[in-house]
Design a protein around this ligand. Structure first.
Ligand SMILES: Cc1cc2nc3c(=O)[nH]c(=O)nc-3n(C[C@H](O)[C@H](O)[C@H](O)COP(=O)(O)OP(=O)(O)OC[C@H]3O[C@@H](n4cnc5c(N)ncnc54)[C@H](O)[C@@H]3O)c2cc1C
Length: 401
């Protein structure tokens, strides 16, 4: 492809950029795309999971080829109760995203091993100094820190374990909070990928972003040992430190991230404020981009700001819950909020995760005996609770290990 022929350049071939590219390839085959990714493969090294109810029927085609594992229901465990919820659960992998993009996009539409240094609405510059023009540019380079925002951190280490014997799990355990409550709300997450393969993640809703990976590895091994699972091999490992948003100044954030460039994915704060997950929003946003009549630089900038600022406004209720989780509850008591939440109707839980809570759901979540003292809950909402962390900066990778 001659560089001057690029209609849309997508900077960052991760989850959001990859889904936009797959969508445009289908809805706008007339357009020439260029996906620019710093890695040699698309999507990095990820297992991304979601509830089937997170994604509208209209978006199912997009994710279907990427699904590596699927389950009909899932479990949660808390000290006071356990429950099976009949909501299907799915996992997609970066390997499948990479394969789908290579299959669907014409040769020359992928530029891997290329690092973007800067972007404008209609051009971008590579680290080697080359400047490339396009009809429109979408910056989907990801973000692990969110300037001008405050809250807490969801941090975790996960390992794919091959066991010597079958584990006996019939379905995912999305939260097992019966573990020691250390460093905030702690739970273990288990995905049974096959009869003797299980992905175990040790997760913390914590005030600080530091991640002591060797300690978490030890806790994963201890969890497996407590289930009498003997580990034959650790075939994959991932770590994450995700910002959990309680408050912020959206317009200041937008200026800091893009300075009027079209943004996508976590770079546009298109995440669920409490879970930090971005897959449902990435799928919705990809569909929106695929339906836009004008994909020129200026129109894309406006459309991306309009979409992301609306998402921000719609997230107000979830940010209030995040505030209560981090600011009202003492770290060792945070699990009580989730324990109570998981006594609510399954439909409400589904709508909560998909970011589609109804006014009735919101009332139901707040009604009844609160899991934290009411005075602490009110104090947190008036900025008088435990201090929130700034989400401006994430510690360098080497401090996480
Ligand atoms: C370990 C982990 C597990 C997660 N699990 C889930 C999950 O199960 N479900 C869920 O919904 N969310 C999950 N998340 C949260 C979030 O959805 C993911 O981080 C998701 O990948 C964010 O999508 P994104 O497209 O914004 O960023 P990314 O997927 O990180 O994509 C950004 C891409 O841009 C590339 N890039 C960065 N800088 C440059 C540059 N200068 N030039 C060119 N390319 C560049 C990167 O290499 C990357 O491929 C997880 C996060 C982590 C860290």
């Amino acid at each position: 492809m001659h560089r001057r022929d690029i209609d849309i350049a997508i900077l960052g071939g991760g989850l959001a950029g990859g889904l936009i590219a797959l969508t445009l390839a289908k809805t706008r085959p007339d357009l020439s795309l260029l996906v620019v990714e710093t890695g040699e493969t698309l999507g990095g090294n990820h297992v991304w999971s979601f509830f089937a109810s997170d994604v509208a029927m209209d978006d199912a085609w997009l994710l279907e080829p990427l699904i590596a594992a699927r389950w009909d229901n899932y479990d949660v465990h808390f000290p006071a109760h356990s429950r099976t919820l009949a909501t299907p659960y799915r996992s997609i992998t970066s390997e499948r995203l990479d394969a789908a993009l290579r299959e669907v996009l014409p040769a020359g539409s992928l530029l891997t091993g290329a690092t973007v240094a800067s972007a404008t609405p209609k051009s971008f510059e590579l680290a080697d100094g080359q400047t490339i023009s396009a009809g429109g540019v979408i910056d989907a380079r990801g973000a692990s820190a969110l300037p001008h925002m405050a809250g807490g951190w969801q941090k975790f280490a996960g390992q794919m374990l091959r066991l010597e014997q079958p584990h006996g799990l019939e379905r995912p355990v999305v939260m097992d909070a019966r573990v020691n409550q250390i460093d905030g709300y702690r739970f273990v997450y288990c995905l049974p990928f096959s009869a003797s393969e299980v992905f175990i993640e040790d997760t913390y809703y914590a005030d600080t972003a530091d991640l002591d990976v060797p300690t978490l590895r030890g806790r994963i091994a201890a969890y497996a040992n407590a289930q009498s699972w003997k580990i034959a091999e650790i075939s994959r490992e991932e770590t994450g430190v995700l910002p959990v948003i309680a408050a912020g100044n959206f317009d200041a954030f937008w200026q800091a991230q893009g300075r009027n460039t079209a943004l996508a994915g976590t770079r546009a704060a298109l995440v669920h404020p409490l879970t930090s997950y971005s897959l449902p929003d990435a799928a919705r946003y990809a569909r929106h981009i695929g339906q836009l009549p004008d994909l020129g630089g200026a129109a894309l900038c406006k459309a991306s700001y309009d979409w992301a600022s609306r998402h921000w406004r719609q997230g107000k209720f979830y940010r209030m819950l995040t505030t209560m989780l981090f600011s009202a509850a003492a770290p060792q008591d945070r699990f009580r909020i989730l324990e109570r939440f998981y006594r609510l109707p399954a439909g409400l839980v589904e709508r909560f995760y998909s970011g589609r809570s109804t006014p009735g759901d919101k009332l139901r979540i707040l009604a009844g005996k609160p899991p934290v003292p009411i005075t602490a809950a009110l104090a947190s909402l008036f900025g008088q609770g435990r201090p929130l962390s700034s989400l401006d900066h994430q510690p360098p990778e080497d401090q996480q290990r």
